[in-house]
Design a protein around this ligand. Sequence first.
Ligand SMILES: CC(=O)SCCNC(=O)CCNC(=O)[C@H](O)C(C)(C)COP(=O)(O)OP(=O)(O)OC[C@H]1O[C@@H](n2cnc3c(N)ncnc32)[C@H](O)[C@@H]1OP(=O)(O)O
Length: 396
Amino acid sequence: MSDFEVRPLRADEHRAAADLFRGTLHRPPITDAEWERLNPTRVSSSGLGAFDPDLIGVCRSFGDELTVPGGTRLPLAAVTTVGVRADRTRRGVLSALMAEQFADFARRGLPVALLHASEATIYGRFGYGIATLGRDYTIDRRRARLRPDAPLSGEVSLLAFEEAVPRWPELYAGLDHLRPGMLTRTAASWAISENFHRRFTAPVITAVHHGPRGADGFAVYTVELGETAVLHLTMLYYATPEAFSGLWRHLLSVDLVDRIRTEARSVDEPIDLLLTDPRLVVTERAADESWLRLVDVPTALAAREYPGDPVVIEVTDPVLPANSGRYRISADGAARTGDPAGLRLDAGTLAMAYLGTWRPSTLASAGRIEVRDPAALAAADRLFSTHAPAWCGTFF
Ligand SMILES: CC(=O)SCCNC(=O)CCNC(=O)[C@H](O)C(C)(C)COP(=O)(O)OP(=O)(O)OC[C@H]1O[C@@H](n2cnc3c(N)ncnc32)[C@H](O)[C@@H]1OP(=O)(O)O
């Protein structure tokens, strides 16, 4: 269907685009105060609209950096605000927006794009793959006790919301512990966090842990009172085991709270191991946290580290055909090659392996990788392995 046009949003169209997006999520229009914080004149972001001639679809992105295995930070397009008006869905509007957005990323030299998907069935067809996993869990606070051997030192102090918001970026940047999948975080991502937290009516508290070298972790939470009083832990970052258990010691000590609830935490977060009764940590959901698109496969492949023996893979990418081809991957890096490939996979599957979240052998066992040489599969498992499970930890 071609009776619509896709083009960059003009400055005066961004707010209507934000409202259209909110409508697609069945949420009310953006408020003046929220818009003031997200306005592209304040935080750098770009957007595309589909017009027929009314605005019927939108996708936006802002710049950030993605930490890849080995510690390199790759320029990233953080994709957000994707929606098509309900009376114009399923006629190719999103497909046209995605195609134009990839072309825009290529022009701007952004090798990777990341998003959080509202539904897991939307983005695979565009070459995105599940790149990090997250776990939602609750804890019965009244019964939970820290084990006596939990690593504890340092102090926790509390900041009120207005005092804390301007300090979040510096607290995060000071941690210097980014694992694969984490973002550097720019003004746009902090503005989104601020807007999210301003929706709570109860006070939003930031607890900062201070270790021997200063602030080394922080937690953000709010308590919803009711028949069951729930402490919603909305952000938690830490650089040391002492900061992690120190912040949890604080969270478990907050009075008048029955349950603590948190979402999209890293799957290896050792909260269960900190408690005398690990069963008090109840996993409510463990699922995709973020989706990654390798827009420029050669650049993305060359950016990460690879522990292990060489392998040649063949990548297929019908959406961005320039990525298709064979790549030799080794401890020395990754580059195109004419050598025969031991494994064949599509770009979305490569994105699933890229941050180490999925072992190539797991992907192969699900039919996602064609194995031409079993030795190459074992070698790829080693090459794509990482020291810690990838985790994004930033919602946008
Ligand atoms: C990063 C974020 O912002 S995530 C938020 C995403 N937005 C939303 O969830 C808001 C509500 N949903 C929407 O606005 C729309 O349904 C969208 C944006 C998800 C899809 O827009 P559409 O214009 O309908 O997509 P389009 O017509 O290009 O569909 C392309 C293909 O994807 C399929 N598809 C699209 N959306 C979905 C979906 N939600 N579930 C399953 N399949 C889908 C279509 O069936 C079509 O398949 P086909 O090529 O085999 O025919």
